[in-house]
Design a protein around this ligand. Structure first.
Ligand SMILES: O=C(O)C[C@H]1NC(=O)NC1=O
Length: 243
């Protein structure tokens, strides 16, 4: 049995549940999913400031997951906040949902589109495309221009806007796949894939299978080089609990 920690970096319990549902839907029989979120921080991540705040919560949850003996960790926010810092802290693999979705898209299509929430977060996706080496694979980026938590308001308006933008991307972008650019969209991918007749990829599900594969191959985060554990030094004040 392997235990995979799905960390929602924002503090929305409803969105954490959404991600847990998506993760459990694809988890192998021997995999248990532990969906968590920080007890303090920001309710949704919609820019650089929110990403910085959320990164601390990610590290706190990675530390707790290690203490609980999880096999691996998923950072379930499309900005992959705190990814490299989390990898220093972790023993097991740490996968961000943006990198998971982007890697998956490049395995099934030569070009992909991204559909996310607010226009102001498109630059974060662009930075990740550059960082991960996928800029030339991404044909277009779209934003539904609704806040992240609109996905949890129960109206279905955000979900329909995601569907419309995916259909537009299929018509206009020349992409072979679509990446859903928000952890809160995780449960939409399967139905959209069926309706559009093309891969619509959710990073939470993709990350679960990647962590399972790495664990099965016996790979944790490399401790040779820059992702070795942080150098020992006392953390003070509000960060003492991270020692
Ligand atoms: O950047 C975004 O729009 C999505 C990102 N924000 C968030 O709270 N969870 C996410 O996946």
């Amino acid at each position: 049995m392997s235990l995979i920690q799905v960390i929602n970096p924002n503090t929305s319990l409803a969105m954490t549940e959404t991600m847990g549902t998506a993760a459990r839907a694809v988890a192998a029989p021997g995999t248990e999913i532990l969906a968590v979120c920080p007890t303090h921080g920001v309710e949704s991540i919609e820019g650089h400031f929110d990403e910085a705040i959320a990164a601390i919560g990610v590290l706190e949850q990675v530390k707790r997951g290690k203490e609980q003996g999880v096999s691996g960790h998923i950072i379930a926010c499309f900005g992959d906040p705190g990814l490299l810092a989390a990898r220093e802290l972790a023993s097991g693999p740490v996968i961000g949902i943006a990198e998971a979705a982007m890697h998956t898209a490049t395995l099934v299509a030569t070009r992909f589109s991204i559909v996310t929430t607010l226009p102001r977060t498109l630059v974060i996706a662009r930075h990740l495309l550059q960082q991960y080496g996928f800029t030339h694979h991404c044909a277009a980026l779209h934003a539904i221009d609704l806040p992240v938590l609109a996905l949890e308001d129960g109206s279905g308006v955000a979900q329909e806007k995601v569907r419309q933008r995916c259909m537009q991307a299929k018509r206009e972008d020349g992409s072979g796949a679509i990446v859903l650019g928000c952890g809160g969209m995780a449960t939409l991918a399967q139905d959209l894939t069926k309706e559009l007749g093309m891969p619509v990829i959710d990073g939470v599900s993709a990350a679960v299978k990647m962590v399972e594969s790495l664990v099965a191959l016996g790979f944790g985060t490399s401790k040779h080089g820059d992702l070795d554990y942080p150098r020992e030094k006392p953390l003070s004040g509000a960060f003492q609990h991270l020692n």
